[in-house]
Design a protein around this ligand. Structure first.
Ligand code: NAD
Length: 364
């Protein structure tokens, strides 16, 4: 990721813990950031169901302001059964909180690395030897069917409409972002679509092909999404960068994450256009609010901690500190520390905060 301008220290980080296990995992990520040696000022904001309960909206104006004032945002997760039936639906945590903040901050590029970690090779549901993977999903985040208009339901409930809409400009900017990322890796981009059926996919192909011709150092090929879902299970090692639209990226990145062993391991960055030359981003674990384990100290904080490492690397250029965190994570796992989701025989079960403490201890 080219880092044009690094903000001055102390870095200002907006912290949005959200709902369910969000606050638990974010506490650990903040603990790790505090131990990283970077000077950071944290400002907390409300988001999601907890914000709705407290102030009647899942995305309060103060939260948006806090994010705009910050150099980067660290987010937990939102949602839960308590808020699933709120009407109008635009007040629900996922739509009025999560999707709204992404759009409000112009975060169109969702970057989700998924890598098999050696100490967790047995946690993968795929056979050993078939599960080595090191890929990045670059998902378009503010277009497509999650945002397209019209969307509505017939008054009698008999029919519903969602629209998938993409513009050439939206496809161009995410494709160039994917090429930038690929350039720092193995320079191999798999563009995933459903061009045998969808018009938007055919536009994606056209634009990706045009940009591919102008960027001959990147090797690009196209794959249909159904084939990609299958190829990820058959041979996940074949992928370097997967470039795709919003909904396909949502689904494929969860699939890829599971190959690593748990959803609780996968970090993500959502980036917009550089802000005054700076890389502004929102960093969050890929997982949701996991209401089934919330409040029990069972959540795996590693996805949130690795998201904090991505923040140090992408937004603050703190390569060395990011490496330290990532090495501390591998080291804690190599020593056999495990939260419940990745626990196996002959390993040591630890709670969310014990895992956070162990990472901090390994960073010195
Ligand atoms: P989920 O990711 O919350 O949970 C799926 C499964 O993975 C659950 O069994 C959960 O216990 C487990 N899990 C997830 N994260 C874990 C972690 N860190 N450690 C250990 N186990 C973990 O997905 P879901 O159950 O489909 O959704 C729950 C709620 O989260 C819903 O309201 C959904 O809309 C919301 N959601 C929010 C986001 C977000 O905020 N970015 C993303 C996905 C889902």
């Amino acid at each position: 990721m080219p880092l044009a301008i690094i903000p001055p220290m102390p870095y200002k980080v907006a912290v949005l813990p959200g709902d369910g296990i969000g606050p638990e995992v974010i506490d650990e990520a903040v603990k790790v950031l505090k131990a990283s040696g970077s000077e950071i000022e944290f400002e907390h904001g409300l988001l999601g169901g907890s914000a709705y309960d407290e102030v009647g909206t899942p995305l309060p104006a103060e939260t948006v302001e806090t994010c705009h004032d910050a150099d980067a945002v660290l987010m937990g997760a939102v949602g839960g059964p308590k808020w699933d039936k709120i009407e109008p639906a635009s007040m629900r945590p996922e739509i009025g909180g999560l999707l709204a903040i992404r759009r409000e901050l112009g975060l169109y590029a969702n970057i989700r690395p998924a890598k098999t970690l050696r100490p967790l090779i047995h946690a993968s549901p795929l056979k050993e030897g078939r599960n080595m993977m090191d890929l990045v999903v670059v998902r378009e985040l503010t277009g497509g069917i999650y945002f397209g208009e019209p969307r509505h339901r017939a008054a009698d409930g008999s029919r519903a409409v969602d629209s998938c809409v993409y513009t050439r400009a939206e496809i161009e900017r995410i494709t160039l972002r994917a090429f930038e990322i690929a350039r720092k890796r193995r320079s191999f981009v798999t563009h995933v679509d459903k061009a045998n059926v969808l018009e938007t996919s055919r536009l994606w192909r056209e634009v990706v092909d045009e940009l591919s011709t102008k960027n001959p150092d990147i090797s690009v090929h196209h794959m249909l999404v159904d084939n990609c879902a299958m190829q990820l299970i058959r041979d996940p090692g074949q992928f370097d960068v997967i470039l795709t639209e919003n909904m396909f990226g949502d689904i494929l990145s969860d699939e890829a994450s599971m190959i690593t062993g748990s959803l609780g391991l996968l970090p993500s960055a959502s980036l917009g256009e550089p802000k005054s030359g700076r890389v502004f981003g929102l960093y969050e674990p890929v997982h949701g609010s996991a209401p089934d384990i919330a409040g029990q100290g069972k959540a795996n904080p590693l996805a949130a901690i690795l998201s904090a490492a991505m923040m140090l690397r992408f937004s603050f250029g703190e390569e060395e500190q990011a490496d330290r965190i990532e090495c501390a994570v591998e080291s804690a796992l190599s020593e056999g520390l495990r939260t419940a989701d990745i626990f196996e025989a002959h390993t040591r079960l630890v709670s969310t905060s014990e895992m956070g403490d162990a990472i901090v201890a390994k960073m010195v």
